[in-house]
Design a protein around this ligand. Sequence first.
Ligand SMILES: Nc1ncnc2c1ncn2[C@@H]1O[C@H](COP(=O)(O)OP(=O)(O)OP(=O)(O)O)[C@@H](O)[C@H]1O
Ligand SMILES: [Mg+2]
Length: 401
Amino acid sequence: MQHFTIIQALCRAAIADASPAARKQIERLRDAIAKDGDPKQAAAITSILTAAERTRELSPSRIERSRAPIAGEALTRSTPVPVDRETAAALADIIFPADIQPTAPLFNPTVSEAVGTIIEEWAHFDALAEIDIRPSKTCLIYGAPGTGKTRLALWIAQELDLPVVLVKLDGLVSSFLGTTARNIGNLFAFANRYRCILLLDEFDAIAKVRDDPQEVGEIKRVVNALLQNLDVRRDVGFTIGITNHPKLLDPAVWRRFEVQLEIPKPDFEMRKAIAAHFAPPVQAPDAHLRLISWFTEGATGAEIESLVRSYKKATAIREGDRRGLLDTLRQFATLNAARVQSERRALLFDDTSNLFRAMRDDPDLGFSMTDIGEIAGRDKSTVSRQIGRAARVDEGEVQHG
Ligand SMILES: Nc1ncnc2c1ncn2[C@@H]1O[C@H](COP(=O)(O)OP(=O)(O)OP(=O)(O)O)[C@@H](O)[C@H]1O
Ligand SMILES: [Mg+2]
């Protein structure tokens, strides 16, 4: 390949800041070169990648940045994870802080403060130790699907600069319950050996095995294995459990968690903030964000994210045509029929002048004619005429048809 030395230098410069995106592109380049049949150059790129890995692991700045004084060996990308003996499936995935999205998920102030407290406690570990207090080492996060629970747990890990041992429950819960108990033991032993956060995502899956009436004795063994391991782990490292179904958890398991954090569905302001968070690089006008928030009452962050994705697509395809938002909202209301409040849903499919009037009169939205014009893709005098006409139709001054 021509100019390969420059390409090598570029790769070295790009990987120096340890961004996962840069790393991924360099890996792509390496694979493409290998495919083109140049193994020597591909190997040269691989060695840039491994050298960067090594410096990153040893880099003093990272050790300094690390705020959570948790004991244990350091996990590396080559540490072998435990596997299920029957199926050879991995029992966990390791996620490193550098691979985690660096922006905090958005929650209401009460939840954000609670999360901040957990992180602060770890940051002031030494001060707390002086008065014989230790930070909370077990945290249960629960709430509806798509409210950002997994993202929150990963973000906490990133803030504490700790890798995550993410339990893969499909691997862990084996068809043989005896094996399940052993897998739980192996997995906890692994997590206790290394400096990490143990993340038990979709934790209720372990609780669910208890529903099988034929296996009562064995199931007790599984739950007992879990309880014993949680007890031992409490003195060793940080554990986060996540569930959508807190009621399915055995009360004894539930009690093991010092912090029990409920993630509620986002309110109007949070929905707007979540929409704004996912909008870039598209510049969404404030009126658009408010309307999205209005129509997504009762929706989760994941649903808003997906709606904003459609909105961005529509905006990109029909550049300059602002009406994309109403079409996107109609699509969302059709696909999420039960989730959109029925009156608001009906308005979307009604005559637009009625929709505009409702927008103008809604106290939550507080829309001006200019705002409505922004959404309708028309100037405000046209909108005002349309609303006036709709009002006269209602008062019977204008004949239908
Ligand atoms: N409050 C939020 N702030 C920012 N992003 C959010 C929020 N809630 C959800 N999301 C986004 O929605 C998607 C799903 O989030 P996540 O997987 O964390 O949800 P979850 O609560 O773990 O869902 P499940 O219970 O289905 O596993 C992610 O892409 C995330 O970025
Ligand atoms: Mg999740």
